[in-house]
Write a protein that binds this ligand. Structure first.
Ligand SMILES: NC(=O)c1ccc[n+]([C@@H]2O[C@H](COP(=O)([O-])OP(=O)(O)OC[C@H]3O[C@@H](n4cnc5c(N)ncnc54)[C@H](OP(=O)(O)O)[C@@H]3O)[C@@H](O)[C@H]2O)c1
Length: 386
């Protein structure tokens, strides 16, 4: 089989895996494809946590033994982290398939290769790392969770060519086009939770749901960072405090917030997490631990500038999505996405790693893991509270 044939069959397995988009937490998405005589004859994927291993399901669906010379394509090695080391490996060996092509290894370094080695011991020829970047990218949330036991914090921004998220007037709807905004809906469907700062809630009153054509509106957990509960002070409450999904809204505040406002929100059916104040800010590390305790393995921060900048200053941001539109404001008073750092040298720059590029109409998405320099100098005056 040629390299390009292997890649095209792995793409089929990847497409299968993506059918589980947003439904498999905390398990990864996994896809499988069986190829006989150059044709895909059976596929399967993980539909929800606790689903049967995809290779087991694939053979069940096939309903017969694979033909001699059949190859099995798996986006992820059957390993302990995906609970397939025994069931998956056994099913493959019992099926008689003699050639298995694997994309990504088990994400736990101490588990990596265990599944591949067990297959080899069972007499199966194993080839690995086919479209490995795509296969690893499929599971950025669950991989991070398995490796760190804490949720991944990702931020999204939609910017102009000069990195602005709003005009000097505050107008920001819409910087990017419809296709880029639809892609954001997809990520909202994948991440188990979304977070915004109080400023964005007051300014934009967003719905923070995922609205994808042909699918019912989906509401992840929705966090609002609001140290003093100023979003609960007005005559009218923001819509995410009153809509049908309000029991999915959690306001993250500090013990400096007024108890009357906490009661007002709770009476509406909104949840409130009161965390201890640290430098007059909601402490992200405590928030992260609380998310882990309730099994939330990823938070998609949608701004605004202050919230994501402070995440960055505290080295708490792990991943960044930047949608960039081909428009330019050239206005120093227009809002920038990240602010408050003093960066004298390029060596101090924050650099994205494992970078991916995608196009949505004329807009470009650049995304990747946040790589921090040894030293970050924060200009404390930029966001000083009070
Ligand atoms: N283009 C885009 O991608 C995009 C996305 C989102 C928003 N926006 C725009 O951004 C603007 C809003 O941004 P913003 O910077 O004014 O406000 P923001 O970042 O949405 O909210 C900041 C507020 O969050 C509260 N907060 C609580 N804990 C915090 C913590 N640990 N760190 C930081 N903040 C914390 C603070 O309120 P307290 O001090 O009261 O606690 C702070 O003032 C709007 O114009 C919106 O349209 C653009």
């Amino acid at each position: 089989m040629t390299q390009s044939e292997k890649e095209s069959f792995m793409k089929v397995a990847l497409e299968e895996a993506r059918k589980g988009w947003g439904c498999t937490h905390p398990q990864p998405m996994i896809g499988a494809a069986l190829v006989e005589a150059g044709q895909v004859v059976a596929t399967s994927y993980i539909e929800q946590p606790g689903s049967t291993a995809p290779e087991v399901r694939l053979f069940e669906r096939l309903g017969r033994k694979p033909k001699e010379g059949a190859s099995l394509f798996l986006t992820l090695e059957p390993g302990p982290s995906s609970n397939r080391l025994e069931s998956g490996v056994r099913a493959i060996i019992d099926s008689g398939v003699s050639y298995v092509v694997i994309g990504a290894s088990d994400p736990m370094p101490e588990h990596a290769n265990k599944g591949a080695d067990a297959l080899k011991e069972g007499g199966v020829k194993v080839e690995r790392r086919i479209l490995i970047e795509d296969c690893e990218d499929l599971n950025i949330i669950s991989n991070f969770w398995v490796q760190n036991r804490i949720p991944i914090f990702a931020a999204k921004s939609a910017t102009t060519l000069d990195g602005k998220i709003a005009c000097r007037s505050g107008e920001s709807k819409w910087i990017t086009g419809e296709q880029a905004r639809q892609n954001v809906m997809k990520w909202r469907r994948l991440f188990p939770s979304i977070a915004v700062g109080a400023g964005t809630l007051v300014e934009d009153d967003p719905r923070l749901t995922s609205r994808i054509e042909g699918e019912p509106e989906w509401c992840p957990m929705r966090f609002v960072f609001d140290g003093l509960l100023r979003t609960a002070m007005g005559q009218y409450l923001p819509s995410i405090y009153t809509d049908d999904f309000r029991d999915n809204t959690i306001v993250v505040t500090t013990d400096a917030a007024g108890t009357g406002y906490i009661r007002r929100l709770e009476t509406e059916g909104v949840n409130v997490w009161v965390l201890p104040v640290e430098n007059m800010k909601v402490p992200f590390s405590v928030f992260r631990k609380r998310c882990a305790d309730v099994g939330i393995n990823g938070v998609y921060f949608e701004g605004g500038s202050r919230l994501v900048s402070e995440l960055l200053h505290m080295r708490e941001l792990n991943y960044h999505f930047n949608y960039r539109a081909p428009i330019l404001l050239g206005d120093d008073k227009a809002k920038s996405v990240y602010r408050g750092l003093r960066t004298e040298k390029l060596a101090q720059a924050i650099r994205l790693e494992k970078v991916r590029h995608e196009m949505f109409g004329d807009d470009q998405l650049m995304r990747g893991f946040v790589g921090y320099p040894a030293r970050l100098d924060v200009d404390e005056t930029v966001f000083s509270h009070g």
